[in-house]
Design a protein around this ligand. Structure first.
Ligand SMILES: Cc1cc2nc3c(=O)[nH]c(=O)nc-3n(C[C@H](O)[C@H](O)[C@H](O)COP(=O)(O)OP(=O)(O)OC[C@H]3O[C@@H](n4cnc5c(N)ncnc54)[C@H](O)[C@@H]3O)c2cc1C
Length: 374
């Protein structure tokens, strides 16, 4: 539908999870907002489809409650590899496995409920003297939020550094119609790739393979993992493979003039952390609060604080991914001392501060890594 000129306080470029969450958080603060996305809902994307407990909590703050018909709970993370199994349960709450399209639908519904104006199938093209051109008209606004993903156009407009990715890997996702065999998210470590298995409903699991090889697809990768093959009972994949880039990318400035960045546009972490969506939702609330207070420096500071722990976790997991000896030792250490895994998860889940983890535990983990030859 075409229009001449729309006026709004905030324009959000991108109606993925970050854009919709920011729109909802702004409406919760009674600010007027338009979200434009070139795609139409429900928008799909290659994703592990696991929401960590703190991600579920962020969604609740936005008023998005997911029911049993939409999502399935999991109670922790299990690492399998090098002949070891190590697992940690979350200290308090559950995580949720959910199809990406189901999550997008829930966000779209909540956005409509709180009065976010949405323009689907609408590409945002350029900015000229404060006026933003879309392919269906123009928008006049006070603030422009870039929620337009990893290759953000708004990030270029803002003149922010593109934060060359520290590490780039490739992820491919498919679903299989088998009843989940576990209520944990499983991370299977191979020699050159990992497969993450997430239960997403009572009859379906989501599998993602990540590696440094852009050609590696699930079908070939599965040959390394007979245990998963056995569980899949020879069933063919129920969905086509969908790929995306998994990058650890740190952007130094996420606000400039009338621009602010949120979600993957503002930097990203490796997909193995399972944290991309949680970051986006947490940032969305912080950004909306800063805009309501009329002070974007608050968001700049909050963004740094929110992103730091998952960035650290990305580096740790990427080190394990990259070095066979470290992977062997870490898996052996975590299998031997499950409560250390649980404490690490609690720090990761934000329910336990890194300070409380304490020097004693860091010392024990370090010692275990040295003492377990694998
Ligand atoms: C392999 C893989 C597995 C992952 N697994 C998990 C997981 O299990 N759990 C988790 O929490 N996170 C996971 N993530 C991370 C998560 O998928 C991302 O962090 C999340 O998608 C970021 O959302 P976003 O809204 O910022 O960006 P996106 O989802 O990329 O949305 C950006 C939107 O902007 C729109 N857009 C772009 N340019 C324009 C334009 N010019 N005009 C209009 N619209 C535009 C696009 O159409 C798109 O809809 C995974 C990532 C990968 C790669």
């Amino acid at each position: 539908m075409g229009f001449d000129t729309l006026k709004t306080y905030v324009l959000i470029v991108g109606g993925g999870p970050a854009g919709l969450a920011t729109g909802i958080a702004l409406r919760q603060r009674r600010l007027s907002v338009v979200v434009a996305d070139l795609a139409r809902p429900p928008i799909d994307k290659a994703c592990g489809e696991g929401l960590m407990p703190q991600t579920v909590a962020e969604l609740k703050t936005l008023g998005v409650a997911l029911g049993p018909s939409q999502a399935i709970p999991f109670r922790g993370i299990r690492f399998l590899g090098e002949g070891r199994v190590a697992e940690g349960a979350f200290p308090e709450a559950f995580g949720l496995g959910i199809r990406r399209t189901t999550l997008h639908r829930a966000l779209v519904e909540r956005a409509a409920e709180v009065g976010v104006q949405t323009l689907w199938g609408t590409r945002v093209k350029r900015i000229d003297q404060g006026e933003v051109s879309l392919d269906s008209g123009k928008v006049l606004c006070r603030w422009i939020i870039g929620a337009d993903g990893q290759n953000s156009l708004v990030r270029k407009w803002a003149g922010s550094d593109s934060g060359r990715p520290e590490e780039t890997r490739f992820g491919f996702r498919q679903h299989f119609r088998v009843a989940p065999w576990t209520d944990f998210v499983e991370v299977h470590w191979g020699c050159n790739c990992q497969i993450v298995v997430t239960p997403v409903n009572p009859n379906e699991v989501c599998l993602v393979v990540t590696s440094r090889t852009p050609q590696l697809r699930l079908k070939e990768a599965l040959a390394q993992f007979p245990e998963i093959n056995r569980r899949l009972e020879g069933r063919p994949a129920a969905t086509k493979d969908l790929g995306a880039i998994s990058a650890l990318r740190i952007i130094r400035r996420v606000c400039r003039g009338p621009f602010a960045l949120v979600g993957d546009a503002s930097g990203s972490v490796d997909s193995l952390t399972g944290e991309g969506l949680g970051l986006a939702f947490h940032q969305a609330s912080a950004l909306a609060q800063a805009l309501a207070n009329g002070d974007l420096t608050q968001y700049e500071v909050a963004h740094r604080r929110i992103n730091r722990p998952p960035e650290m976790m990305s580096r740790l997991l990427l080190a394990m991914e990259n070095r066979a000896w470290l992977r062997r030792r870490a898996l052996a250490a975590l299998a031997k001392e499950p409560h250390l895994f649980e404490r690490l998860l609690a720090v990761h889940a934000g329910t336990f501060s890194p300070l409380t983890f304490g020097f004693g535990n860091f010392f024990r983990l370090g010692w275990s890594l040295l003492a377990n030859p694998g």
